[in-house]
Design a protein around this ligand. Structure first.
Ligand SMILES: [Zn+2]
Length: 64
């Protein structure tokens, strides 16, 4: 914070949209558009993000 007049106004500058990877827009941060924001929200509600982990159950009972 020692000489950044514009950067301080653009916190999302350089941060890509988590949905598509495009430059995010301040109005829809951290997304690039309302569409991506909605899309991402849908994933959350769907529970897709819950399995975005490297942790996999080693001994799970596989049903036939
Ligand atoms: Zn996007």
């Amino acid at each position: 914070m020692t000489g950044e007049p514009n950067s301080a106004r653009v916190p999302m500058a350089g941060r890509p949209c988590p949905a598509c990877g495009r430059p995010a827009v301040h109005a829809y941060r951290p997304f690039c558009s309302g569409r991506c924001a909605d899309l991402d929200l849908g994933r959350w509600l769907d529970g897709t993000y819950c399995v975005a982990s490297d942790e996999e159950p080693g001994d799970d009972e596989t049903p036939a």
